[in-house]
Every structure is written in C-alpha cells, then in structure tokens.
Design a protein around this ligand. Structure first.
Ligand code: FAD
Ligand code: FES
Length: 292
C-alpha cells in the first residue's frame, strides 16, 4: 500500500511540507522491510524511511517513541524496540489492540506506514552508566526495554551487571525469544517466568515479582520496569520494600495521546505531559506511584 500524503491534509499543509516540512503533524513514509511474528497478537516491524536523506540522518534514543499512522485510521504512539545503534532503520513492536493496530497487522513487507518522531524523554543514559541494571518486564513491556538492553550489552566496559526478569502469561507469548540466547552469551543474567503452567515449560511459574525474591539491591543498582500498570505497581512496591530508592526505579508509561508533542494536553498526568515530560519517569516523579 502506498500513499502520497494524508487525504485530509490541507493544501496549505502540503505546500508547507513541500517548502520545508513546517507542518509538524505531516508524517514521513516508512517502508516495511520485514515483519517478525512475536505471538498471535504482536508483530515486530522492521522499517526504513523512504526518504534516503531523512533515513541517513535519523536517530533515536532508548525509551523514545514514534507516532504511527495509516490514512483514515488516525495515529498511535509506539516505542522503538530495536538497537539505537542500528544503521538500517528501526523496529516497532505492535500489539493488535484497536482500530489502527488491527489494520497495521494486515500490512505486508513492502507496504508503507506513516511515522513522525522520534518523540519523548528517553531513558537517562548518564544515570545508568556503570550501574547494575535490573530489567523487569511483562509481556510486550519488553519492547521499550530492548533498545536499552542492546545498548548496554554492546558497551560492556561502561555497564555494570545486567539482569532481566521477564514474565509472560504463557510460554508462547514471550516476545523476542530469538534474542534470549545471544543476550545470555553477551552477559545478561536472564530469568523467565510464566503465569500458568504449560506442557513444554520446565521454568519458573508465577508472577514476575516472585523472581525478585533473593535478588540483592545495593546503591549501585537501578531498576528499569515496563509492563501492564498493575505489574509496574507491584514491582515498585516490592523493590521499595527491598530497600530501593524511588529515584532509582525507572519506568515508561502509556497514556492516550493525540499530538505527541506537548500541544493538545491529551496525555496529562496532573501537571505533567507524558509525551514530553515522559514517557520515561522515575517512581519518585509519578504523582501516584500506586496507579502508574
Ligand atoms: C509512549 C507510548 C508508547 C507505546 N508503545 C507501544 C508499543 O511499543 N507497542 C504497542 O503495541 N503499543 C504501544 N503503546 C500503546 C498504543 O499506543 C495503543 O495501544 C494505541 O493507542 C492503539 O491504537 P489503536 O488505534 O489500534 O487502538 P484504539 O482504537 O485507540 O483502542 C485501543 C484501546 O484503548 C481504548 N481507547 C481508545 N481511545 C480511548 C480514550 N480516549 N480513552 C480511554 N480509552 C480509549 C480502546 O477502547 C481500546 O481498548 C504505547 C503507548 C504510549 C503512550
Ligand atoms: S499527546 Fe498532546 S500534549 Fe501529549
């Protein structure tokens, strides 16, 4: 599928775009190079910007997101899920959860999707350097953490110990399982758990919080937590009960967004706007850590 620009885009906006891209809402076109099926609801899309110069200049940082779009179906924020060091575009991992994301699942390699960004405050690389990093992820929550894992695994001299506790409802629902053995070979201490027992599963069964039992927290440890709101809430509570300071626990939040750039106010969380003040926040920055 190909399109030149949005049918609803005004002539003025098209002229502005041709004159120098003054319209911040005008998406770029990205071509789908490859689609990887993660599970029955989630695909990873490997994308490259169609404009060669824009593609050459494009970069992002772990934790940032793109607004994706298709004609007549609106836009949605989606986190980057590939290494920020990749030279051939970027990946987005998308769960079929509504109108736009269901339509994206119908796309094939070679099709075009609208993208604008990168947007949002990334994970703070300066605060993570040299620290022991504890990644705690649930389900598709691993997607925004994957760029960070790739980033630190490729800089072993700048990172401390890397540990990941990853939970999924069933073994089939783990995302990125093709990466697991490479990550372990490169130094990630990986523990997996599933909510329900399954026939071909001989690993841990239980919530991801159960993997935290026995883990030792010190002042050199930072936690990166991403998953469903309820998981984030219980992991925050447990980490703090284990002695971790709220400013050393970092998460990335989801809110309904319209503009993605701090104009519409749709994503407000008390006085903060998730699209520009976040989506990455420490537990200390959240107005209500019990309801992230
Ligand atoms: C920063 C950020 C990063 C994200 N990263 C990812 C990612 O990497 N992968 C991914 O799959 N998803 C990600 N999401 C979530 C994704 O943006 C949403 O699932 C997206 O809105 C789905 O769009 P849709 O049009 O397909 O669904 P919609 O049709 O918008 O519906 C999605 C769900 O939200 C409900 N909904 C819709 N509008 C509203 C509203 N105004 N108020 C309350 N509920 C509403 C619907 O009933 C439905 O249950 C991210 C969100 C944020 C904010
Ligand atoms: S989405 Fe518009 S202000 Fe955040």
């Amino acid at each position: 599928m190909e399109y030149d620009t949005y049918p609803s885009c005004s002539l003025d906006a098209r002229r502005q775009a041709q004159a120098g891209r003054d319209n911040i809402y005008l998406p770029d076109q990205a071509i789908i190079r490859n689609i990887i099926r993660e599970n029955s609801l989630v695909n990873t899309y490997e994308l490259t910007l169609v404009d060669e110069l824009a593609n050459h200049r494009f970069s992002f940082q772990p934790g940032q997101f793109m607004m994706i779009s298709m004609p007549h179906l609106g836009e949605a924020p989606i986190s980057f899920s590939s290494s920020p060091d990749g030279e051939d575009g970027f990946s987005l991992t998308i769960r079929n959860s509504g109108r736009l994301t269901a339509a994206v699942q119908q796309l094939r390699a070679g099709d075009i999707i609208g993208v604008r960004g990168p947007y949002g405050r990334p994970f703070p690389a300066d605060r993570l350097e040299g620290k022991n990093l504890l990644f705690v992820a649930g389900g598709i929550g691993l997607a925004p953490l994957r760029p960070l894992i790739e980033y630190w695994l490729s800089r072993p001299d700048e990172a401390g110990n890397l540990t990941m506790f990853y939970g999924s409802r069933t073994p089939e629902e783990f995302c990125f399982n093709r990466d697991f053995s490479r990550w372990e070979q490169n130094g990630l201490n990986l523990r997996l758990t599933v909510d329900q027992t399954a026939e071909e599963w001989d690993g841990s069964v239980g919530l991801v919080t159960s993997l935290l039992d026995g883990y030792t927290i010190d002042d050199e440890t930072m936690a990166l937590v991403c998953g469903p709101g309820i998981m984030i809430r219980f992991v925050f509570k447990q980490l703090q009960a284990m002695g971790m300071k709220a400013e050393n626990i970092i998460t990335t939040l989801e809110r309904h967004m319209k503009c993605g750039v701090g104009i519409c106010g749709h994503c407000h969380m008390e006085e903060k706007l998730v699209c520009i003040d976040g989506p990455v926040f420490t537990a200390a920055e959240l107005p209500d850590p019990d309801n992230p």
